[in-house]
Design a protein. Structure first.
Lengths: 244, 401, 444
């Protein structure tokens, strides 16, 4: 349900042109939990931005949940992000002025959902992450782990097709990190498709499949073992070419 | 439009918003009251003086030798002036309207200063006086040459018949017509009202009875006399030159001192009102400008500190217009609070100004202008920062720096 | 430490040039408007003879009608002018150490010099005390004496401009000049002298140009010279001659008395009250006893030299400054709080709360002072603009004198800009001073 084919993105400044993604291809099946790893500067963040439709790309194609999202205009991309993608950021990115309830509410508001439905979804999302009791609290009154869980609730509330996690435990201590990862696994167990970007190989191991990015290209993958949902075979690019 | 997040955000850090609202409130109060005063002054300046200001000019002269023969000489000069091709009418007059200098007297409906009193700023003119002023009679007739007199200097003799304006008529005879009625001077001389002039301004534009004017059929004493000339439309400047030349050629014991247009005199009399209007207009412009800049500065700053939040919102699905609307709505909310407070302040200030300085009371519809104006200014100022906010890339959300 | 604070202030301003410029501009505009308004107000409110102000008194008697007060708006005040009879008596009594009687008149001046057109000269018909009493400065020659008033002698004192115009500015003492029908001999020429306001005679406008020439008082009666000031009569008296006019209740003369001590003033007050009582006994002065002596300051107030409009403008200027300050407070708050991480770092490195507040107040004062200086420059431009628009000869010379830059006003407004800056900066500095050292050092 997630299919990037030969995606290239370059950043141009006056002095130089950096290719952050070079003929990048990745397919992810429904219900999969994929970790995208790589050293810093490898293009992980660019991949994430492109996958999340936060940035456009120069060439290639990208299909998401049955829709070709390659050449959408800004408004359309916003719509797709709103309906189909749930983000989990490294620095949580909760809005500090709003309480927990209102933070989870944000994406639902942009969907122009009626109040009753929103309340229902928020309640069940917060229930799932175990923070119903903190509905009126402000982010500053929560621990890092709790904030991230609120962020997860926010990502889930809209029932997205894809969850994109960017270094979800990067700002957490080991205890909270474990809690968050347990939660992610739990959610994945309920059928959510998760693509997680991380530099931590320990973290990556908890995913079903690992994909490595170096210099904007996928260089490595570990096939998934015993996954029941349909799996599309990966298209490894000319691996030797990368090292060539 | 979801107000709640805006309110939550404002409640958490209200100081900036309070300052903007306060600034808008003060600006509104000042702008509204200043605008009111400006309009008052402009209305004052634009009042219809009831005379042909554009075409009238005055020739100042003084007797310079024994050859000057009083009335005879003045009539000689008038003949010269009246013969000029571009002149409609000319007369001798004791004062210049709208100049701040003139004479006034009071007359009564009954002898011995009893009955109703009419104050009148009088102009001593001959039979062409009315035509020279270009004033309009609504009742009765202009006096003719037969009743024009030249009393001796220092004489307290009064003319037998006069023309008065409607304002004087109303003071003397509030019910019914003043035409043909007799009124009495302080020394019990009877005076008949020969005609009523529609409307005319006299010597003192600042006097609340500036419309109380009378025309006396008198050739005034030469110490105070000047010639008043009404040129044909469009010919005033040419006639001013020609008049000076023509009179200069006549050597009859007087010198021509100065030829001045009524327009010039009137403009000078209103100089202070104009200055006040100009000053306040500048203040209004500066006020709106500084408010716009201040709101712009604060809004831009506001946006710059919230880029992470904006990026996050965009990441979870806000479109550019959603972000734009958010910031414009925030601005609108603060502005509305400021505007409401400002209306209260405007009324308070207006009340205080009117009681302390005896200015007229502020009219309510000026508040509408002020409110509309400040809403527009605030919106315009916040537009660019709001647009800049909407352009924040959603990719900011994934940046960790 | 101050030098360091100053350096920090400039660094901070450089980091946010737009915001800093905006703040300086806001203060500058507020100060400019205040300066222009204060300058004009100060010029209007000034006492042009301050050192003698409490010794010179305008003498007023209430000779007005019993039926109505002189001024309906101020029914308790006596009229500002005297009748001929009263002025003559009071002056002649010599009850004051020195006094002067005068009025404004005019006559045709026929210059002998080529190229100078004859003009209607504005004359002050006055007794000889005018010059010493009002400290009138002479360039050439001097005034006349009591005998000249009596004569009257055909002597004249010219003002500076008239001497320039008629005699080319040279020492014209001894030359003759024809005013009306009489040839006068010039005995004195004044230095440029234009007290503003023209306190001794406010009848034709408070800031009018001074008269062109001065002639002895006796000429008024001898030549039956016209009154160019105010003449007001309440009593219908008939009469057809100049003598009737002199005997009437018409008021048209100004009388000033020099009363150097309080004792003198009280004595004179008693004198004029007694005179009034005797006149009342003779059937005159029907209103209740109300004879007022005004010193120069009081006289200026009585005649409302500073108009309503000017007071309104001062209020509006201050309010405008207030709006500018509110603006600046908001911008300062934004600027300071934005630099909170940096401030937190400083606190962590050892700056006390007081150091932080002092540093920020220094920046505020720099902004305030810059705004003040810029504001004064703008004000100078504004005043020049006013002069340019309103400097026509008919506007009674007032705008020239009223828009002169006054060093007192400049100093006051500079102080005001510092004060304004300080007030605006207090809250934001205090706020940023409260920054806990470590709060902003965390990344989130």
């Amino acid at each position: 349900m997630f299919e990037m084919t030969q995606v290239t993105k370059a950043y141009r400044t006056d002095l130089l042109e950096t290719h952050a993604l070079r003929e990048f291809s990745l397919t992810v099946g429904k219900g999969e939990f994929v970790a995208v790893t790589g050293p810093s500067g490898s293009g992980k963040t660019t991949f994430l931005n492109v996958a999340g439709l936060l940035e456009t790309f120069d060439s290639g194609s990208y299909r998401l949940d049955g829709e070709d999202v390659s050449k959408l205009d800004d408004d359309a991309r916003s719509r797709v992000r709103n309906h189909k993608i749930g983000f989990i950021f490294q620095s949580f990115n909760l809005i500090p002025d709003l309480n927990v309830f209102d933070n989870v509410d944000v994406p639902l508001r942009y969907r122009r959902m009626p109040a009753g439905e929103r309340r229902e979804r928020i309640n069940s999302a917060l229930d799932l992450v175990g923070l119903s009791s903190r509905m009126k609290h402000l982010p500053s009154q929560l621990s890092g782990g709790q904030q991230q869980r609120v962020a997860i609730a926010r990502a889930l509330a809209g029932d997205p097709a894809l969850l994109l996690a960017d270094e979800p435990t990067g700002n957490l201590d080991s205890l909270m990190a474990r809690q968050v990862m347990d939660l992610l696994e739990q959610i994945n167990g309920m059928g959510a498709t998760i693509v997680m970007v991380t530099h931590d190989p320990e973290l990556a191991r908890r995913a079903h499949r690992n994909v490595q990015v170096i210099d904007g290209q996928i260089t490595d993958y570990k096939p998934y073992e015993a996954h029941s949902a349909s799996v599309t075979v990966l298209h490894p690019p000319a691996a030797d070419a990368a090292y060539g | 439009m979801d107000i709640k997040p805006i309110l939550s955000s404002l409640r958490r850090s209200p100081t900036g918003a309070i300052l903007v609202a306060l600034q808008i409130a003060l600006a509104l109060a000042i702008v509204v009251n200043s605008l009111f005063i400006v309009v008052q002054r402009i209305e004052q300046i634009n009042r219809d003086p009831g005379i042909d200001v554009a075409s009238i000019f005055f020739v100042g002269f003084q007797a310079s030798s024994e050859r000057f023969q009083g009335e005879v000489t003045m009539r000689e000069d008038l003949a010269v002036l009246r013969s000029l091709p571009g002149v409609q009418a000319a007369t001798v007059v004791n004062a210049v309207p709208l100049s701040g200098g003139g004479s006034s007297t009071s007359m009564y409906t009954e002898p011995n200063e009893k009955g109703r009193r009419g104050d009148m700023n009088y102009f001593q003119v001959d039979e062409q006086g009315l035509a020279t002023f270009g004033a309009r009679l609504v009742e009765g007739r202009n006096f003719d040459a037969t009743i024009v007199t030249k009393p001796a200097r220092n004489s307290s003799e009064s003319p037998s018949g006069i023309l008065i304006t409607r304002d004087v008529a109303k003071d003397l005879f509030p019910d019914g017509s003043a035409l043909g009625k007799t009124i009495y001077t302080g020394t019990n001389q009877p005076v008949t009202i020969l005609g009523v002039i529609d409307h005319m301004h006299g010597s003192w534009p600042g006097w609340d009875k500036v419309g109380n004017v009378a025309l006396f059929p008198v050739i005034t004493d030469e110490t105070y006399a000047r010639y008043m000339v009404r040129a044909k439309p469009g010919q005033r400047d040419a006639m001013m030159k020609l008049a000076e030349e023509s009179l200069g050629k006549v050597d009859n014991g007087r010198v021509i001192l100065r030829v001045r247009s009524l327009e010039y005199v009137a403009a000078s009399s209103y100089a202070e009102d104009r200055a006040m209007a100009l000053y306040l207009t500048v203040v209004i412009a500066l006020l709106l400008g500084i408010s716009a800049l201040g709101i712009f500065g604060l809004a831009a700053f506001n946006v710059s500190t919230r880029t992470k939040q904006i990026g996050t919102r965009r990441a979870v699905g806000a479109r550019r217009t959603d972000i734009l609307q958010y910031f414009l709505a925030e601005n609108w909310l603060i502005t509305t609070v400021g505007v409401v407070l400002g209306c209260v302040l405007a009324l308070v200030l207006g009340y205080w100004l009117s009681t302390t300085f005896e200015l007229p009371r502020l009219k309510l519809y000026y508040l509408v202008f002020g409110v509309a104006g400040l809403w527009v200014v605030s919106l315009a100022a916040a537009l660019r920062p709001a647009r800049r906010a909407s352009m924040v890339s959603p990719a900011i959300a994934t940046r960790t720096v | 430490m101050f030098a360091y604070d100053l350096q920090l202030a400039f660094d901070s301003m450089k980091r946010h040039p737009g915001l800093s410029a905006l703040m300086v501009l806001a203060i500058a505009l507020g100060i400019a408007v205040c300066t222009v308004t204060f300058t004009i107000y100060h010029a209007m409110a000034t006492n042009p003879i301050a050192d003698k102000s409490s010794q010179l008194y305008a003498v007023t008697l209430d000779t007005w009608s019993a039926e109505r007060p002189y001024d309906d708006d101020k029914p308790d005040l006596p009229p500002q002018l005297l009748t001929y009879r009263d002025a003559t008596y009071l002056y002649g009594s010599k009850a004051a150490p020195r006094s002067v009687v005068m009025y404004k008149s005019g006559a045709l001046l026929l210059p002998e010099r080529d190229g100078v057109k004859p003009f209607n000269a504005q004359l002050r018909v006055t007794t000889h005390e005018f010059f010493p009493m009002f400290d009138v400065p002479f360039q050439y020659g001097q005034g006349w004496d009591a005998a000249a008033d009596e004569g009257p002698q055909p002597v004249v004192v010219l003002n500076h401009e008239t001497n320039e115009k008629v005699f080319g500015g040279e020492n014209s003492v001894g030359r003759t000049l024809k005013l009306g029908k009489i040839e006068y001999r010039v005995i004195g020429v004044l230095q440029p002298w234009a007290p503003s306001p023209k306190f001794f005679d406010l009848n034709n406008g408070s800031f009018e140009d001074p008269e062109d020439a001065y002639i002895p008082y006796g000429w008024g009666k001898t030549l039956e010279m016209p009154v160019y000031g105010n003449t007001n009569c309440w009593k219908p008296e008939g009469g057809d001659s100049y003598q009737d006019f002199l005997n009437s209740e018409c008021i048209w003369l100004q009388l000033w008395a020099e009363l150097p001590t309080v004792a003198e003033r009280d004595k004179y007050q008693a004198f004029i009250d007694n005179y009034a009582r005797s006149q009342k006994a003779a059937g005159r002065m029907p209103r209740k006893l109300n004879n007022v002596l005004y010193d120069v300051g009081q006289w200026l107030d009585r005649n409302e030299v500073v108009q309503k409009d000017n007071r309104v403008l001062i209020g509006i200027a201050l309010l405008f400054l207030g709006v500018c300050l509110v603006n600046v407070v908001g911008l300062l708050l934004a600027k300071f709080l934005n630099a909170a991480p940096l401030t937190g770092l400083r606190r962590a490195l050892g700056a006390s709360r007081r150091d932080i507040i002092r540093q920020h107040m220094t920046e505020v004062l720099v902004i305030g002072l810059s705004g003040g200086v810029l504001g004064i420059l703008l004000a100078v431009g504004g005043l020049a603009g006013i002069r340019a628009i309103y400097g026509s000869d008919f506007t009674r010379g007032s705008y020239e004198r009223l828009t002169e830059i006054d060093p007192v006003v400049v100093l006051v407004t500079l102080a005001l800009s510092l004060l304004a800056g300080a007030i605006a900066g207090l809250y934001p500095s205090w706020r940023i001073g409260r920054t806990a050292p470590a709060v902003y050092l965390k990344t989130q």
